[in-house]
Write a protein that binds this ligand. Structure first.
Ligand SMILES: NC(=O)c1ccc[n+]([C@@H]2O[C@H](COP(=O)([O-])OP(=O)(O)OC[C@H]3O[C@@H](n4cnc5c(N)ncnc54)[C@H](OP(=O)(O)O)[C@@H]3O)[C@@H](O)[C@H]2O)c1
Length: 325
């Protein structure tokens, strides 16, 4: 099969990722072989490609060199084969979810990290749900626990996670303010945000509005600034933010938030996305009913995976960039 191959860690995709002929992955019990139709790119793709921050390597992605052939994870495609013990999926089913080394014609995925693809979603759209959609769903519903009428601020509303978070908070009846840069204001408005703040011109944390919930996916603002814009019992959910730090990569801010949370009236915290079929199914259902849509900015063919990652690193993506296979 054709697959993207990465032999070493590196911060720039150029010269690092190449297309090659490789063997199809072997599946074990509980696993599914997926003929990949699309695989999306997200900030986690870069972290795995670069092996940064270093704890990523210790988390099982390979200490000295990448364990997986390539850093693709979110995917959509067609089931080619199922391993022993897999129930509910069979060859020919169209699926979406999370697998390993998904920038390839075939990828292996655990059956409990897949859900059936709704017919109204293209494979490219479906491939965006696996990492970014899941993260947004869990941020809005499980961690921020958004309820109708709340004022919700999404920092990074034009990004992979943020674009879903805006829509999910709206679907739950919140009044949503989205923060992004100038050229992406139209996108965030089109996703249903009640108000859009262009962070190059205005500060959403200036104290003019107090929010019940802040979902932070970008900008790396100080905890004190974030807390000032929260109500006394508000919830701050830090999804992430790129700092370039090689050891902590911004996770120190998340840890400090979690520690402080026990001592103040506000709930401050972070989480790691849980990759599970139930939440993927919930996202698929929301897309099927038209309550959620995947904002696909651009698609790239497999051979141009490095260019797709560069497009994201340069900050050009509106929503998601997807590799089609
Ligand atoms: N906790 C977890 O398990 C988990 C899961 C997934 C992702 N993450 C992390 O979450 C973060 C977001 O991921 P993503 O894939 O959504 O990234 P992304 O697509 O690159 O989105 C980043 C967003 O941040 C915005 N942004 C940049 N500078 C900003 C500023 N100064 N103020 C406000 N917003 C700003 C960008 O807006 P413009 O493009 O308009 O500049 C963009 O909307 C990453 O750090 C990622 O590693 C964590």
């Amino acid at each position: 099969m054709r697959a993207v191959v990465q032999d070493r860690y590196g911060a720039a995709p150029e010269g690092l990722l190449r297309c090659a002929e490789t063997a199809r992955p072997q599946i074990g019990p509980g696993e599914v072989l997926v003929r990949v139709c699309a695989a999306s790119v997200d900030r986690g793709t870069w972290h795995m490609m670069a092996g940064l921050p270093y704890p990523v390597r210790a988390a099982g992605f390979g200490l000295r060199r990448p364990k997986n052939a390539n850093p693709g994870r979110a995917l959509a495609g067609v089931v080619a084969a199922v391993g022993a013990d897999v129930t509910g999926l069979e060859p020919g089913d169209e699926v979406l979810g999370v697998g390993a080394a998904t920038f390839a014609e075939y990828a292996c995925a655990r059956a409990d990290k897949l859900a059936k693809k709704p017919a109204n979603l293209s494979f490219a759209q479906a491939a965006t749900l696996g990492v970014s959609g899941l993260t947004a769903l869990q941020a809005v519903r499980n961690h921020a626990r958004v309820t109708a009428g709340q004022k919700v601020l999404v920092l990074g509303a034009s990004g992979g996670v943020g674009a879903f978070a805006v829509q999910l908070a709206k679907a739950d009846g919140a009044e949503v303010t989205g923060v992004c840069s100038t050229t992406k204001v139209g996108l965030v408005r089109s996703l249903g945000a009640d108000r859009v703040v262009d962070y190059t011109r205005e500060d959403a944390l200036d104290g003019g509005t107090q929010y019940d919930v802040i979902i932070d996916t970008g900008g790396n603002r100080r905890l004190a600034d974030l807390r000032r814009a929260l109500t006394a019992t508000g919830r701050l959910v830090i999804v992430g933010g790129e700092t370039g730090g090689r050891w902590l990569g911004g996770t120190d801010r998340q840890l400090r938030a979690q520690l402080l949370s026990g001592f103040v009236g506000q709930r401050l915290g972070s989480f790691l996305t849980s990759e599970n079929a139930t939440d993927l199914g919930a996202l698929a259902h929301l897309c099927a009913s038209g309550d959620l849509t995947a904002a696909v900015d651009r698609t790239y063919p497999l051979a141009e995976t490095a260019a797709a990652i560069r497009h994201m690193l340069d900050g050009h993506v509106r929503g998601k960039v997807v590799i089609t296979v």
